[in-house]
Design a binder for this molecule. Structure first.
Ligand code: M6R
Length: 359
């Protein structure tokens, strides 16, 4: 039931702070350390490489996960699009471990991979929102997203829940090995900050509505740019805009623009820069300026610590690995309002189904 909300998508965006709190209480001890099945941790520890396999938004959450697993657990991690992996399998490491990310747990492309790797005798974990779903039943381990039902075709709270669960698992693995990047902060406290930060952003949703009316409703194309995890969020932000507002949007590595794509920038083309990482913030800013020199309307989503006077959307500071949990929220809202302002059916975009059960 969507209650007083006009669309499920807005309800689900608003639910995200509570999902973060729920995950904290489901998976973290009072002292902030993760409580994860010993057997799962042991099984992953035996692997020399993680393979994250997923589709769409879940694939984008996997990209963010790579940074979490490599930083906190120091396990090399590859992320793959399920439909590609299924028929063009890369050369695997000696002891691979598979992680399937899927909101529904029913995505046929991911299932095809799971069937193949299980046949080959490899162990797997499914991170999903649906207990007893196909992927959950057919893999060795399951971690639930506890996000509550996600009805809108455009995935929002499942994406942030997937990132949070990946962070919890990565931290559990890293703590077991006393890896400093995992032990040096309290995840319970951080997810608390994330929840409060999400709330601040959704409370300012009118701002995104205004930006949507001013720069997006009449645009035919747009870009999100960033580096590292900001680039990964750019991919997700662009997908949100494409699927419900039908505006052509691309997520781009900001340094790669000048190698070709910048030719697409015209007068008033909106380009949103996501800037949350200290080591790359100035680089992305100068890439944004390069687009402005070609006439773009540049908009910034920046963490408070890195913000400058003319920035547009300032998001609260959290641990630098966890910024995707906040930087994606303005993008979700911008996509929502652009779809709404164009008079489209936000929850049921054309040509799309909630769960894709064909290959
Ligand atoms: O249920 P899954 O997470 O496996 O679904 C994967 C994609 O089909 C899904 O994320 C899709 O890209 C969404 N419509 C994106 O908003």
């Amino acid at each position: 039931d969507k209650g007083t909300y006009p669309y499920y998508m807005l309800k689900e965006i608003d639910e995200q702070p509570n999902v973060m709190r729920k995950l904290s209480s489901e998976y973290l001890n009072e002292d902030g350390s993760p409580e994860i099945e010993e057997d799962l941790l042991k099984s992953i520890k035996q692997a020399d490489r993680l393979y994250i396999v997923a589709a769409g938004t879940s694939y984008h959450a996997g990209l963010v996960g790579k940074n979490l697993f490599e930083t906190m657990a120091q396990i090399p991690t590859e992320v793959h699009v399920a439909s590609e992996f299924a028929y063009n399998m890369p050369l695997l490491s000696k002891n691979p471990f598979f992680i399937f990310l899927s909101q529904s747990g029913e995505t046929a492309d991911s299932r095809e991979v799971l069937v193949n790797v299980s046949k080959a005798g490899y162990k797997s974990l499914t991170i999903t929102n649906v207990a007893k779903s196909t992927l959950s039943r057919e893999s060795n381990y399951t971690l639930l997203l506890h996000a509550g039902p996600e009805i809108s075709v455009a995935s929002t709270k499942a994406y942030t829940a997937q990132i949070a669960v990946e962070a919890i698992l990565a931290k559990g693995l890293g703590e077991a090995d006393q890896i400093k990047a995992a032990t040096e902060f309290n995840l319970r406290q951080q997810l608390g900050l994330v929840a409060t930060g999400m709330q601040t952003i959704v409370d300012e949703k009118e701002k995104m509505n205004q930006l949507s009316k001013d720069y997006f409703v009449n645009a035919s194309k747009s870009f999100y740019i960033g580096r590292g995890i900001d680039y990964f969020v750019s991919l997700e932000a662009a997908l949100k805009l494409k699927e419900i507002s039908y505006i052509h949007a691309e997520g781009f590595a900001s340094g790669e623009l000048k190698h070709g794509t910048i030719a697409l920038i015209e007068d008033k083309t909106p380009v949103i820069g996501i800037i949350t990482q200290k080591n790359t913030s100035n680089l992305t800013r100068s890439n944004l300026e390069e687009t402005m020199a070609r006439g773009s309307k540049a908009i910034t989503i920046v963490t408070k610590a890195l913000a400058k006077e003319d920035d547009d959307i300032i998001i609260p500071d959290v641990n630098s690995m966890l910024t995707p949990l906040l930087s994606v929220i303005p993008a979700q809202l911008l996509a929502y309002y652009t779809s709404l302002n164009k008079g489209l059916d936000v929850d049921h975009p054309r040509n799309l189904a909630k769960s894709v059960t064909v290959q």
